[in-house]
Design a binder for this molecule. Structure first.
Ligand code: SF4
Ligand code: SF4
Length: 732
């Protein structure tokens, strides 16, 4: 060992010791913070499915690859990080001796070949990612950026480190070539040989370059260890557990979509018959009341901004960005952690748990952070502004896009639950809807005895459950379908088509009440459970004696479809629920319905969030339209998984939209830009929002918003009176 090698070895050892010590300290801190969360025992179920999904999503980059070039570039950088870590390890041998290398595998030509290929592809990948970040930087002139609000220096820092580590990998090999210490043939390592051809024959070059590579790598480790909230770096490690512990591991996509999680206290679902707000946690009032998985979510955020770029609230000028919401919760959790780890925190009656002595030596900043209300305005020092919380439509675009499976919607609804159930603090307009649900069983407050009014004027009988026993489908009409004029047309169209196809069905009539979706999405779990339990009881009675495969329900409202199919199981109601577009597609495909006259004039389709993203029903409505219209469906730029919300979900239908541009107007502009004269929908709320948007633009005479079922009915029974243009909704 020469004097240069003595110096490089000491330098490498010293910086590594410091970096490893800091990294261990950082990991322990992170684990301690995540452990502050509430139990989530269900996250340990089904470990085989969890492991499989984690491997598919990470190794296959299934979510990232939806973003094409970025996904491919990121895949090479990720593989480069894993495989080329071996070359960082090899550098520790190279600082000691110029012809050092990894024992055993370091001498295999295949190792030389694989690392060479991955090194080159990793270089290309990181250069692409750097270019994309620069092109999308928030400070660029004009345009919105998904990186707005991200900590940009951290992204640049990580990318430069990766670039330099990759470059120095080739420099080390180049010096080995130049000094004739390289054992791999030219065909396996052409780039290394090319670099070697331009480097001098410097005997100590290998050790010096190896030391620089180690210093760069350890500088990265030191910086990220001193910044435990640096998700852009830590996600390399945290993404694995975050995906492993996602909420429905067997779901190939959208695991955080569909059903909402039940309200839990100490990890157990809350039973409202026994729940006591002084003993049980009602939603989330403090950051430590999220589950540990919530805190892991916050820690894992890479700040990539994919969620933000798709969020309808953010894109229409509301203060909500799902990314910034997660980052605020993360920063608050880590800043408050010293106080919580010292024993601080409030019990359920609001009393401080720690003694004076426990808090005596605490950093004032941690104490100040602990005093911040989780939900509060800037003047109140709140972590999350109420306007942020109430801007969410629960459309799920953020969850759909997140490459590390963060479950934004669950966190938002958990915070809403506390605000509604304990603080009674929510947009006042929504109070009328909640009162109507409690008193009348529907959000409009319409009399229950008018639930069957939509059947008037039909030229066939619509039987009620109890009047017939042998019905195949229970037709769940929904409150909109029963009371709202536009939606009643859809209800009649579906009933007519089912009758035409010879499908036996029956309705609950006055036995039906609201599915509870708006109550649950606004955070009123109490009202949701009240309505849902009543419905589950009614439905179980209607299907008495049938096994699950024969407990078939068809629903026209995606919110009912989602709630009945995905959430009633939490309350003992197991049913086979289909959306009417699925059933109609089946009836057309099996020849039970025959479109005879194509609907022309150009048709586009708006995917309802709770049908598409939340339940992956993208094909069925398109199949129905494909059979019923002349020519091809004209797709909007934002369609299917990336569809843009109409603005009504998450109980936003019953709240005023006071900030920014109206979401429905944004969507209508996109629909009208296709030139289509018909905007087909599959949801009564989308129908209302988009019709209002079209009318608001003064285009009511040129563009019609109608349900897929009505389009099909026009094609199947062109002679059937269609009732003209849609009329105004109840109360609207
Ligand atoms: S659910 Fe939709 S509205 Fe809510 S934060 Fe996510 S993208 Fe935005
Ligand atoms: S998509 Fe996921 S990782 Fe990216 S910023 Fe949003 S929450 Fe963070």
């Amino acid at each position: 060992m020469g004097s240069v090698q003595i110096v490089t070895t000491i330098l490498a050892a010293a910086i590594t010791a410091v970096a490893v010590w800091l990294a261990v300290r950082a990991v322990l801190k992170m684990v301690a913070v995540i452990r502050l969360g509430q139990p989530a025992p269900e996250r340990f179920s089904d470990k085989v499915a969890r492991a499989r999904t984690m491997l598919v999503e990470t190794a296959g980059h299934t979510r990232m690859l939806k973003w094409g070039v970025v996904g491919a570039a990121h895949w090479f950088v990720m593989v480069g990080f894993v495989v080329l870590s071996l070359l960082v390890l090899e550098a520790y041998f190279e600082v000691v001796t110029t012809d050092g290398g990894l024992p055993i595998i370091g001498h295999w030509t295949i190792f030389g070949l694989v690392t060479e290929i991955i090194g080159v592809l990793g270089l290309v990948g990181i250069l692409v990612l750097m270019a994309i970040r620069l092109r999308n930087r928030p400070t660029r002139p004009g345009g919105r950026s998904r990186f707005t609000g991200s900590t940009m220096w951290q992204g640049y820092f990580v990318e430069w480190i990766v670039l330099l580590v990759l470059i120095f990998g080739f420099v080390i090999r180049g010096f080995k070539v130049a000094t004739d210490h390289f054992e791999f043939p030219f065909w396996a390592t052409p780039v290394s040989h090319a670099v070697g051809a331009v480097l001098p024959d410097w005997a100590d070059g290998v050790s010096v370059a190896a030391a620089i590579k180690i210093i760069i790598s350890m500088t990265w480790l030191i910086v990220i260890s001193l910044n435990v909230t640096m998700g852009v770096a830590w996600h390399r490690f945290l993404a694995f557990p975050n995906i492993f512990f996602k909420r429905e591991p067997a779901k190939p996509a959208g695991s955080g979509l569909g059903a909402l999680r039940p309200m839990t206290s100490q990890g157990k679902p809350l039973d409202f018959e026994e729940a006591d707000p002084e003993k049980d946690q009602f939603g989330v009032a403090h950051v430590e009341q999220f589950s540990w998985k919530g805190l892991l979510d916050f820690s894992t955020c890479t700040e990539c901004g994919r969620c933000q770029s798709q969020c309808p609230a953010w894109n229409t000028g509301k203060p909500l960005s799902p990314k910034l919401l997660i980052l605020s919760l993360r920063d608050h959790a880590y800043a408050k952690a010293p106080y919580l780890l010292a024993g601080g925190g409030k019990d359920l009656t609001g009393e401080e748990k720690a003694t004076q002595a426990q808090l005596a030596h605490l950093d004032v900043l941690a104490l100040a952070e602990a005093d911040k209300p989780l939900i509060g305005t800037a003047e109140e020092g709140g972590v999350i502004d109420p306007d942020v919380l109430w801007s969410c439509t629960t459309c799920g675009a953020c969850v759909e896009q997140c490459p590390v499976d963060i479950e934004h919607v669950d966190h938002i609804v958990d915070m809403r639950r506390y605000q509604v159930l304990i603080e009674s603090s929510f947009p006042s307009e929504a109070g009328v809807m909640l009162r109507n649900l409690e008193n009348k069983g529907n959000p409009w407050g319409a009399p229950q005895n008018t639930r069957e009014d939509w059947t008037k004027g039909l030229d066939f009988e619509v039987p009620r459950v109890g009047e017939v026993d042998d019905f195949e489908y229970l037709f769940w009409v929904g409150c909109a379908g029963a009371f709202e004029d536009r939606a009643k047309k859809t209800t009649r169209a579906v009933a007519t088509l089912l009758n035409e196809a010879g499908v036996t069905f029956a309705i609950l009539g006055e036995g039906e009440t609201c599915s509870g979706d708006p109550a649950r999405r606004i955070g009123n779990e109490f009202v949701f459970q009240m309505l849902a339990q009543q419905n589950v009881e009614t439905l179980n009675e209607a299907f008495e004696g049938r096994d699950k495969a024969k407990r078939k329900i068809v629903a026209t409202c995606p919110h009912c479809f989602n709630t009945l199919g995905n959430e009633y199981g939490q309350l003992g109601g197991e049913f086979e629920v289909v959306h009417h577009t699925q059933l109609l597609a089946h009836l057309v495909a099996t020849g039970k319905l025959t479109p005879v006259q194509p609907v022309d004039g150009g048709v586009t389709y708006h995917d309802p969030c709770y049908l598409g993203r939340h339940n992956r029903v993208f094909a069925a409505p398109r199949e129905v339209l494909g059979d019923a219209i002349a020519g091809d469906l004209t797709e909007m730029p934002r369609n299917s998984e990336r569809s843009f919300c109409c603005g009504a979900g998450g109980a936003r239908m019953w709240m005023e939209e006071k900030i920014g541009k109206r979401i429905n107007v944004d969507r209508v502009e996109e629909a009208m830009a296709t030139g289509a004269r018909t905007v087909a929908v599959g949801c009564p709320f989308c129908s209302t929002m988009l019709s209002d948007g079209v009318n608001g633009k003064g285009a009511g005479e040129q563009v019609e918003v109608i349900d897929v079922a009505s389009v099909l009915l026009r094609s199947v029974k062109p002679e059937q009176p269609q009732g003209g243009k849609e009329t105004a909704p109840i109360g609207g």
